[in-house]
Design a protein around this ligand. Structure first.
Ligand SMILES: NC(=O)C1=CN([C@@H]2O[C@H](COP(=O)(O)OP(=O)(O)OC[C@H]3O[C@@H](n4cnc5c(N)ncnc54)[C@H](O)[C@@H]3O)[C@@H](O)[C@H]2O)C=CC1
Ligand SMILES: O=C(CO)COP(=O)(O)O
Length: 343
């Protein structure tokens, strides 16, 4: 296996980028790996460097001393053998264009993002491959039940690093393994990404049910049938069943759909309580990827002839063609079918 890198760059100083930088720094202390976080706003970089906090996203959580930050893309990427991407999914393509000239020639890129690009329906690993033109063995993704605030508090969790080349995934896993963060490896990049993307839309649906005052049977039914439609989509795209039964599928779906920390779940709850989408967006200070990715998930599924009734209903609510009150009737009124059908 390759030795630990001298430097890892994390592009994006939001809640997950900063928290994952902390995981990397906690993991790499003995190897003296420098972890540098790129922040869009200079004041965030200054706060990380001087106070070792990022209070807007992680309140008073203390960041390890081997994390530094800069608002300069060039400085952050210089010498970085691993580049971790943690910006909102819809901004990735544009950001990569500004990162490209500063990337080290052999750098490995890993996406932390759980979104699908609108209009192209591209997964983040596909956007990276298209914009940076590096081989698949240097493109990885990380996904799993990973609510940032819990990890920042060092509450134990597991996750999945996926790359078509197992050696790359194994190398990255060795760089982010700590006493509170256990990464598994997988070569099924499609399954891992689809699990992370689709669960955000399902979490919106569960949040809507919550906001409408529905109980646990309703939410459990949405979670379970949500997993069925996510699995159908992943299989149609070439992902594997086992991946969707694992941390990046079931694991993340359960965490996101049950947690008040989830931004997607929260956004859904506000919709269920009767707020308009504009009002919900105004209240969200962080990225809820499902709101923008929902339409792309539906388009992707439609192109592949995959039925995703929960996603479709959520998109209709988001686009104003279905009221939250009528969502249940729309889902329950469908033709009866066998539970086992995964096609
Ligand atoms: N927060 C969490 O618990 C987890 C988040 N994720 C995923 O990680 C990705 C990033 O999420 P968070 O860090 O939570 O989001 P966030 O909303 O906390 O932070 C986003 C960061 O990107 C920056 N940003 C905003 N708009 C931008 C733009 N147009 N161009 C460049 N940068 C921009 C912001 O300044 C901020 O630093 C998302 O895809 C999310 O689904 C995945 C697992 C856990
Ligand atoms: O992906 C996440 C947990 O694994 C975070 O979910 P939210 O983006 O809904 O907060």
């Amino acid at each position: 296996m390759k030795p630990a890198p001298r430097k890892i760059a994390v592009m994006g100083a939001g809640s997950w980028g900063t928290t994952f930088a902390k995981v990397l720094a906690d993991s790499g202390t003995e190897a003296n790996t420098e972890v540098m976080v790129w922040a869009r706003r200079d004041e965030v970089a200054v706060e990380i460097n001087t106070r070792h906090t990022n209070s807007r996203y992680l309140r008073e959580t203390k960041l390890p001393g081997n994390i530094t930050s800069s608002s300069s893309i060039a400085d952050t990427l210089e010498g970085a053998e691993l580049v971790v991407l943690a910006v909102p999914a819809q901004s990735l393509r544009e950001q990569l264009r500004s990162f490209k000239e500063f990337l080290e020639p052999q750098a490995v890129l890993m996406s932390l993002m759980k979104g699908l690009e609108r209009d192209t329906d591209a997964r983040m690993s596909e956007v990276i491959a298209a914009e940076i033109e590096i081989p698949a063995d240097r493109i990885a993704v990380l996904s799993g039940p990973n609510l940032a605030m819990e990890i920042a508090r060092k509450q134990p969790t597991a996750s999945v690093v996926a790359c078509s080349e197992l050696e790359t995934a194994t190398w990255i896993a060795s760089l982010c393994s700590t006493e509170y963060f256990r990464p598994y490896t997988n070569t099924d990049v499609i399954g891992v990404e689809i699990g992370g993307i689709a669960k955000n839309v399902i979490a919106l649906a569960v949040g809507i049910c919550d906001g409408l005052g529905m109980g646990d049977n309703t939410k459990s039914s949405i979670i379970t049938r949500g997993l069925a439609e996510t699995t159908r989509l992943a299989l149609a795209l070439g992902g594997s069943y086992e991946t969707l039964a694992g941390l990046a599928g079931l694991g993340d779906l359960v965490a996101t759909c049950s947690s008040a920390l989830s931004r997607n779940n929260t956004a859904g709850r506000l919709l269920g309580q009767g707020l308009y989408l504009d009002e919900v967006n105004d209240r969200m200070s962080q990225t809820a990827e499902g709101i923008k990715s929902g339409r792309a998930v539906l388009d992707l599924a439609t192109r592949h002839n995959v039925e995703v009734p929960i996603t479709e209903s959520v998109v209709m609510v988001l686009e104003g063609t279905l009221s939250v009150e009528n969502m249940g009737a729309r889902l329950l009124g469908r033709q009866l079918k066998s539970e086992g059908e995964l096609k």
